[in-house]
Every structure is written in structure tokens, then in C-alpha cells.
Design a protein around this ligand. Structure first.
Ligand SMILES: Cc1cc2nc3c(=O)[nH]c(=O)nc-3n(C[C@H](O)[C@H](O)[C@H](O)COP(=O)(O)O)c2cc1C
Length: 197
């Protein structure tokens, strides 16, 4: 039997009073409940493990304090076989903290699948997701077609953090199915032929 899939759930909002933990906990629980897909889930929350925002000059190592912060995040992204990015929509795009986390990393993204759970106003964060696809293609990641989105997310979860609309659970299962397929396919392919970017 293949090893469990290591799934990193990256939480895109660091805003004070953010809604993000509700969405992140929901998809974490959905993924963990999928015994058939055997995800080993790690939630990477940029509030708990903030990243530096000043990049080193080309060819220079990060400053010592940056190295310490990166050490809390980078190995976890490197270990992941697949990602789910949880993102709200900020001004028709995704939050700056999320872009910062993406930009700090390169090989950690390569030849790995990325699924999305988005939320926001009328668009449900889908504009953020479409922009993330462009960014992640540059990093050799493979974004999954099927997404989960919550428009007007404020009243889409019950007091226990469950999704009120059963269609959201179905959408999550579809996204996780696709993500697992790609994660296995890419992990097997990389084992046979290392990915050379
Ligand atoms: C700076 C900022 C910009 C926003 N821009 C949009 C937007 O363009 N479209 C949208 O649907 N919602 C927008 N919103 C609403 C957010 O999607 C909503 O507040 C959501 O809860 C933010 O996620 P968070 O609470 O986890 O930070 C914006 C919110 C903020 C703080």
C-alpha cells in the first residue's frame, strides 16, 4: 500500500478577526475524514508561523532572523505531496501574506498539485483562485480544476463549523478526489523520473 498523502492546508489570511480559521478547519476535517484517500493533514497558518517580508539580494542567503522564521514553514511545505490553499478575496485577488508565502518558496511547489477553497462576497473568492493559478503555474505546480467556493461565507457555516449547504461537502469531496489522483500520479512520476525545473 502506498504511503499516506501528506497534505498541507495553507491558510491565506492573516487579518485580525479573520474568518479563515472556520474555512480551514472545515476543509481540514473533510480531508481527514476521507479514509479512502489517506491524507495526513498539516495546517500551515501564517499567523502561527509568520514569514519575513524582506527578501535577500539575489545570490545572498536570507538574514538570520528570516532563516529562523522560514524554518518553521519551509520544511512543512517541502514535505507535502499536495496542497489545499484556503483563500479569501482581497480587491479581486488574494492576500499579500499568501503571495509572500508563495514567493519564499520554489522547489517546495514543483510538480505538486494544489486545490483551492475560497470565500468572499458575490464571487466567492473565485477571482483570487484564478490569479493563484497563474502564479502557481510559474512555480511548476499543478492546479486542480475543481474548487470549493463560498460566496457570502458569513452565513454558510453552522455553529459547529459545518457547511450548511450539502453541495459544499460534495464539492470538497470532488476537489479532494482530484487532488489525491494528481498527488499519487506526480509522486509516482517523480520517484521514477526526478522533476527537473
Ligand atoms: C482588504 C480587503 C479587500 C476585500 N476585497 C474583496 C473583494 O474584492 N471581493 C470580495 O468578494 N470580498 C472582498 N473582501 C471581503 C473579504 O472577502 C471578507 O472580508 C473575508 O472575510 C476576508 O477573509 P478573512 O476574514 O479570512 O480575512 C475584502 C476584504 C478585505 C479585508
Amino acid at each position: 500500500m502506498p504511503a499516506p498523502l501528506r497534505l498541507a492546508v495553507l491558510v491565506g489570511s492573516t487579518r485580525e478577526g479573520r474568518f479563515a480559521p472556520v474555512v480551514a478547519q472545515w476543509i481540514r476535517d473533510r480531508a481527514a475524514a476521507r479514509d479512502d484517500l489517506r491524507f495526513d493533514v498539516d495546517v500551515v497558518d501564517l499567523v502561527e508561523t509568520p514569514l519575513p517580508t524582506v527578501f535577500p539580494a539575489f545570490g545572498q542567503p536570507p538574514a538570520a532572523d528570516s532563516v529562523a522564521l522560514l524554518a518553521e514553514v519551509s520544511p512543512r511545505l517541502a514535505a507535502a505531496d499536495a496542497f489545499v490553499i484556503v483563500t479569501p478575496e482581497y480587491n479581486h485577488s488574494f492576500p499579500a501574506a499568501l503571495k509572500n508565502a508563495i514567493d519564499w518558496h520554489g522547489p517546495e511547489w514543483q510538480a505538486k498539485p494544489v486545490g483551492f477553497v475560497s470565500y468572499g462576497g458575490l464571487s466567492g473568492g473565485l477571482r483570487a483562485v484564478e490569479q493563484l493559478r497563474v502564479v502557481l503555474a510559474e512555480l511548476h505546480a499543478v492546479t486542480v480544476r475543481d474548487t470549493v467556493s463560498f460566496h457570502g461565507h458569513w452565513d454558510k457555516f453552522d455553529a459547529d463549523g459545518g457547511a450548511i449547504d450539502p453541495a459544499a461537502n460534495d464539492a470538497a469531496d470532488t476537489m479532494l478526489d482530484r487532488l489525491a489522483w494528481w498527488a499519487h500520479a506526480l509522486r509516482d512520476a517523480k520517484a521514477a523520473h526526478p522533476y527537473a525545473a
